[in-house]
Design a protein around this ligand. Structure first.
Ligand SMILES: [Zn+2]
Ligand SMILES: [Zn+2]
Length: 352
């Protein structure tokens, strides 16, 4: 099969590699679309970062959808040709530890390990080996492209699970990338009273308003902490979701703009240790919650919740998809995703 091989940094080569054969409980998925995630960009921007434990070169791509191409021994309930959304392999828990048993498999110490070896989905290839029980049948009216970013919406569902919202809450989402826009939509669907999106580029801020945000703040032009204070009559926000990470100043900003008794959810992946004025957090009794991937919510896969929200039209994923590139042009896909200011990208898809 054709696959993008990641040699570190911007060195990505499309090569011919052996097509995997599904073992017991596994399926082979013919990938039809795969999203470039912010987490994929860490290793692209800095060869010293990137997905840990995969070695070099490696294959990645964890936001994917496609069709079942082959079934491993003993797999039931799936058929060749069936369209599926996929919970990626790096989020498969061991199934028997305390955390897996309570549905928080994202916290499993053996997460993404098979026989002591780290495994990863290969969405940036023609085929990806997946766990059969992590494949979700897609309704006919959901496009493969939308299904490819179910992973993004599952993260958003988990964020609202970790930091619940209600009609009395003013919710701020810091960041208008795909994750931020997904959280804003899921928060609205979950009944948030008022949603304010904060970002640094006008196009995705306009998209945030189009997708139902009540107000937007351009943090490239105004101080977002002051702006949120002004918009909330000096109180601050009841709930803040931080969805930028990287090297952004948003970790400290999130707590600064929270109201007394406010709740903060940290969703972005920061690449450096962060500094926080704990006096401000203590005086306001701000609760700080971490949001890492997703798992089960009262026994229901958060991936399934995301699929139901999308299928029911409660969230709209299609407007997030801004760019598409064939697998042979994956270098252009990563370049567009890595410089969103130049490309205008929100979510970039690779179409293998
Ligand atoms: Zn992702
Ligand atoms: Zn486990």
């Amino acid at each position: 099969m054709k696959a993008a091989m990641f040699y570190g940094g911007t060195d990505i080569r499309v090569q011919e590699v052996a097509q995997p054969v599904p073992g017991p409980g596994e399926v082979l998925v013919r990938v039809r679309a795969a999203g470039v995630c912010g987490s994929d960009l860490h290793g692209y921007r800095d060869p010293n970062r990137g997905w840990p434990g995969l070695g070099r070169p490696n294959m990645t791509g964890h936001e994917l959808a496609g069709e079942i191409a082959a079934l491993g021994p003993g797999v039931v309930g799936l058929a060749a040709g069936q369209r599926v959304g996929v919970e990626p392999r790096h989020l498969v828990g061991c199934g028997h530890c305390r955390w897996c048993r309570q549905g928080a498999y994202q916290l499993c110490p053996e997460l993404g390990m098979v026989d002591g070896k780290r495994v990863h989905s290969t969405g940036f290839a023609e085929y990806s080996l997946e766990s059969a029980e992590k494949c979700y049948s897609l309704p006919e009216d959901l496009s493969i492209e939308e299904a490819a970013i179910l992973d993004v919406y599952a993260v958003a569902v988990h964020a609202v699970h970790r930091v619940p919202v209600s009609p009395v809450d003013t919710v701020v989402v810091l960041g208008v990338g795909a994750i931020g826009l997904a959280i804003a939509q899921v928060a609205r669907a979950a009944g948030a009273g008022r949603v304010i999106a904060v970002g640094r580029r006008e196009e995705p801020l306009a998209l945030a308003r189009q997708l139902g945000c009540d107000e937007t703040v351009d943090s490239a032009r105004t101080d977002p902490v002051e702006a949120v204070r002004t918009l909330t009559g000096g109180e601050g926000a009841d709930v803040v979701f931080e969805a930028v990470g990287g090297t952004a100043p948003t970790f400290a900003q999130a707590s600064m703009m929270a109201a007394p008794g406010g709740r903060v959810g940290i969703v972005g992946s920061f690449v450096e240790p962060q500094v926080l004025d704990v006096r401000v957090c203590m005086r306001k009794e701000v609760s700080l919650n971490w949001v890492w991937s997703y798992g089960l919510w009262q026994g229901v896969p958060e991936f399934q919740v995301a699929l139901d929200l999308m299928t029911g039209g409660r969230v709209d994923a299609a407007p997030l998809i801004s760019h598409r590139f064939p697998l042979d042009s994956i270098d252009q896909a990563f370049a567009a995703a890595a410089d969103k200011r130049a490309s205008g990208a929100v979510k970039v898809l690779v179409i293998p």
